[in-house]
Design a protein around this ligand. Structure first.
Ligand code: C2G
Length: 432
């Protein structure tokens, strides 16, 4: 009996998938189909997958070609599968030519012509598409252009800058289609705008974009007034527009898995946490996010935004300071240390009754953490393949929200956001 194996995500099942399964089955007597798990797709950078694993399996099953369906969960599994299931040939579409030649010592590797003019990406694009413009005031795009390339359905088309010369330089640098210094012309034809400006003008840009009916993703550098934020939220609600603060940890898979482990009691009841953030020129953070990220961590660990505070600030100069805040809520004490313009060694340590979690280095952009269980000096190591600077996860969230006609993300509701902004204000104002 000739045993064949083939793999795929099989998202939004289409004719191309049907054809390859049919031909793979015809190539032998027994066909095993490996369907990719959600975490494996995330890890290999396939972020736009729409259907659940069960739906994708169900669709493969319905074709009647698969004698057996397995789940592909990690890199290198193909070698294990070929040996485990005694496979004679791997059959896969021609878009993978050469990529699986490493399996040739184990089985025959066959690349079959891909079905033309159809793909899951194409179907996704027809359904939801964000044509985005960038508003910048420096040569730093926050990584959005590079990150958008990983999210099908998001296209960054153009850039606006008050200074046309700089706009043109940015257009060149990021290989965009157009450069503008006129905001109305810039917004014409876009459905979303990313505001990544360092000055207080950010709020003005967001308001203008909302007035023109655009969805807005923003990165602040300094906190606007709570009244300004509330007014932006109200407009977004009224006009059914997205308004997303680009807070990486809110959307990062690795960071959320870490917090879910805390929530489900992996280290017992939490007693204390240290969270250190450092914002220097070369870090991706800024004054706004270093405080906000730290407070966000505190709110996740305590499951509360209602804190008692004590704060301490040491100023090195006008733009360099060491800020320390102790926040207490629900019997949990969180010590935040924030270095603005100075180097601190960033990390998070969470102490529970039954163990500790340690996230070394730039925890807001991490894929790695350790869990120490009481009495065991060897940590449980968790490693997630976290790629890029996290913005791709925010762009993906924006698409999902639009698709579901949902203008308030459950991960970061307006009420929750306002409470955090208030907490940030409390900390920074107390120590002015
Ligand atoms: N395919 C095809 N024609 C298309 C689209 C897809 O023949 N128009 C084939 C692909 O070449 C692949 C299979 O259908 O053999 C599944 O495609 P995807 O769902 O896109 O999965 P893919 O990302 O190619 O994963 O480990 C996973 C595998 O490497 C393949």
């Amino acid at each position: 009996m000739k045993k064949i194996i083939t793999y795929g995500t099989f998202d939004l099942f289409h004719q191309g998938h049907y054809n390859i399964l049919k031909r793979a089955k015809e190539y032998g007597d027994y066909l095993i189909v490996g369907v990719t798990s959600e975490s494996f797709d995330l890890e290999r950078g396939k972020l736009g997958v729409r259907d659940s694993l069960l739906t994708r399996i169900e669709n493969v099953k319905k074709t009647g070609f698969a004698d057996e369906i397995i789940i592909e969960e990690f890199n290198g599994q193909k070698i294990q599968d070929v040996q485990k299931y005694n496979i004679d040939a791997l059959v896969i579409g021609s878009d993978w030519i050469g990529k699986f030649d490493y399996l040739k010592p184990y089985c025959e590797v066959v690349y079959l012509e891909r079905t033309k003019n159809i793909s899951s990406t194409q179907i996704r694009l027809q359904e939801q598409f964000l044509n985005v413009g960038l508003i910048l005031d420096s040569d730093n795009d926050g990584g959005f252009v590079e990150e958008s390339k990983f999210v099908s359905g998001v296209h960054i088309d153009r850039v606006f800058c008050e200074d046309l010369k700089q706009a043109n330089e940015l257009k060149q640098k990021y290989q965009l289609n157009e450069a503008y210094d006129n905001l109305d012309e810039f917004m014409d034809g876009l459905n979303a705008v990313i505001v990544n400006v360092k000055t207080k003008k950010a709020v003005e840009y967001i308001k203008k974009a909302q007035k023109a009916g655009k969805h807005v993703l923003y990165r602040f550098f300094e906190q606007p007034t709570l009244k300004q934020i509330q007014s932006m939220i109200d407009t977004a609600k009224k006009k059914h527009l997205l308004l997303l603060d680009c807070m990486v940890p809110v959307y990062s898979q690795a960071f959320n898995q870490l917090m879910w482990m805390v929530e489900c009691g992996r280290i017992g009841k939490v007693i204390h946490a240290d969270c250190i953030v450092s914002n220097t020129d070369d870090s991706q953070l800024n004054k706004y996010y270093s405080v906000l990220y730290a407070v966000y961590v505190a709110s996740r660990i305590c499951a509360s935004t209602d804190f008692k505070y004590t704060t301490f600030k040491h100023k090195f100069s006008d733009d360099k300071y060491y800020l320390r805040a102790s926040l207490e809520s629900k019997g949990v004490l969180i010590d935040l240390e924030i270095g603005e313009g100075i180097d601190l060694l960033p990390n998070i340590k969470i102490l529970g009754e039954e163990g500790q979690i340690v996230v070394p280095n730039d925890w807001w952009n991490t894929g790695y953490f350790e869990i120490y269980h009481n009495g065991n000096p060897v940590p449980e190591r968790h490693c997630y393949n976290y790629e890029g600077n996290g913005m791709r996860y925010i762009l993906r969230e924006a698409l999902i929200m639009l698709r579901e006609d949902n203008y308030e993300t459950t991960r970061f509701s307006n009420e929750y956001a306002m409470a955090l902004y208030q907490a940030c204000k409390n900390i920074t104002e107390k120590v002015k």
